[in-house]
Design a protein around this ligand. Structure first.
Ligand code: SF4
Ligand code: SF4
Length: 121
């Protein structure tokens, strides 16, 4: 566990937030993004569809600073000393509204899949 600067709820919703692509993330043996992130418990570890442990950003914690993003990746808003290794470049900053739309669509699809089939006879 690294020391974090922020462990209180964020004050406003950021314009963009970090999104990690599990397919290009090296896995939790790397975890450089967790070291770079100033927010406590913002980047967590979870299993991808293949059961591989990768890093993921919590949408309600990210403050949009971009410090976890690979140096040279143009989606990050500011300067940083290090971030996700260039070999992986697994993190992009994405518009918050776009991320919410995608997550809501995923939740709707999951609810539909779990719903009882409707019969008419
Ligand atoms: S953008 Fe900043 S707050 Fe969000 S996950 Fe990356 S380092 Fe953490
Ligand atoms: S820094 Fe990049 S490759 Fe490393 S764990 Fe984080 S997202 Fe994955």
């Amino acid at each position: 566990m690294w020391t974090k600067l922020q462990n209180t709820p964020r004050k406003k919703i950021p314009r963009t937030i970090a999104v990690i692509d599990p397919d290009t993330c090296f896995g939790i043996a790397c975890s450089i993004c967790q070291a770079a992130c100033p927010v406590e418990d913002c980047i967590v570890e979870e299993q991808d569809a293949d059961g591989r442990w990768v890093c993921a950003v919590l949408i309600d914690k990210c403050i949009g600073c971009g410090l976890c993003v690979t140096v040279g990746n143009p989606t990050a808003p500011g300067k940083r000393d290090f971030g996700c290794p260039a070999d992986y470049d697994a993190i992009d900053m994405v518009a918050y509204t776009e991320v919410v739309e995608v997550m809501e669509a995923q939740l709707d699809a999951e609810e539909l899949a779990e719903a009882e089939p409707v019969t008419t006879f």
